[in-house]
Design a protein around this ligand. Structure first.
Ligand SMILES: CC(C)(COP(=O)(O)OP(=O)(O)OC[C@H]1O[C@@H](n2cnc3c(N)ncnc32)[C@H](O)[C@@H]1OP(=O)(O)O)[C@@H](O)C(=O)NCCC(=O)NCCSC(=O)c1cc(O)c2ccccc2c1O
Length: 262
């Protein structure tokens, strides 16, 4: 597959997967998700790859979730070549690949970007990185893997993140346990590579069984995510959702007053 939205590089048994849409703050569209899925599966299939680093191009954003401009312009995030919107397959692939996945969070991890970082095995953040959920402000929600935040930072913090749509610094979320380490931006990739080098020297079978074991508790989230996504697809067609998206595009606060009921 030819990649237009991502980069895939392998060196010293480490695969680096980079969302390469810097002008859109590495927001994902259908094509991006399809390529990411393909790249994670390639890393999975390659016996010479022992670990994956997942990052975003540039130094402003890791990923800011779904591409809102694409949605406003075309009415959807765009489908993959096979006609499916595969974000849930991507979440499951990152969880399932039997090799450690290290998120190198090089800037904003917002909305679906925060969820992508959260499903990785470990996360290292640049000092300037900012984390947050925005769905209830822009007309979206992730009631599947988005709720995995509870396990990482506890229920109070996870609900705060989703219900208030604030932004948090790397240092704050390191304290909460959302990231493993915070480093200066210019040493992020060196740090992530050092972590990857450490893990590729370990027993691959031991790591595989450990990842499978950790996944036993969260395995049900894959099914919950499909259920949640079915609800989200209906919500995406509603005037309430459209108000969130249009308000973001028009750079104004959304007006959900007409939507308050029940
Ligand atoms: C990310 C921000 C916090 C950055 O704020 P800042 O003030 O620094 O910068 P600007 O706001 O001026 O943004 C700069 C520039 O980038 C454009 N941009 C920002 N975010 C996006 C985006 N997501 N898509 C496309 N473009 C984006 C912005 O328009 C500016 O462009 P200019 O041309 O005007 O310069 C802040 O920008 C922010 O909060 N962004 C919104 C983030 C957002 O809404 N993300 C999507 C959330 S919904 C989602 O992620 C999602 C995930 C899923 O898995 C789904 C699954 C199934 C269905 C739906 C899903 C879904 O919606």
């Amino acid at each position: 597959m030819d990649y237009t939205d991502i980069r895939y590089e392998v060196a010293d048994r480490i695969a680096t997967i980079t969302i390469d849409r810097e002008k859109r703050l590495n927001a994902f569209r259908g094509r991006t998700v399809e390529e990411l899925l393909h790249a994670f599966r390639a890393a999975w299939a390659d016996d010479d790859v022992g670990a994956v680093i997942f990052t975003g191009a540039g130094n402003k954003a890791f990923c800011v979730g779904g591409d809102q401009k694409e949605f406003v312009e075309t009415g959807s995030y765009g489908l993959s070549q096979n006609g499916r919107w595969e974000i849930e397959d991507l979440h499951v692939a990152i969880r399932s690949i039997p090799k450690p996945v290290i998120a190198a969070v090089n800037g904003f991890a917002i909305g679906g970007g925060n969820v992508l970082a959260a499903v990785c095995d470990v996360a290292i953040a640049a000092e300037h990185a900012r984390f947050g959920q925005v769905g209830p402000r822009v007309g979206s929600f992730d009631a599947g893997w988005g709720t995995h935040l509870t396990r990482l930072i506890g229920e109070r913090r996870a609900r705060e993140m989703w219900f208030f749509c604030r932004q948090y610094t790397a240092t704050e979320v390191e304290r909460w346990g959302l990231v493993n380490k915070v480093v200066p931006g210019d040493s992020l990739m060196a740090e992530a590579t050092a972590w990857a080098r450490e893990t590729v020297a370990l027993s691959p079978t031991a790591l595989k069984f450990l990842k499978c074991a950790f996944n036993l508790e969260t395995g049900g989230l894959g099914a919950q995510a499909l259920f949640a996504d079915a609800g989200l697809q209906l919500y995406l067609e509603s005037p309430e959702c459209q108000e969130g998206r249009v308000a973001f595009a028009e750079k104004r606060a959304p007006d959900f007053a007409a939507r308050r009921k029940g």
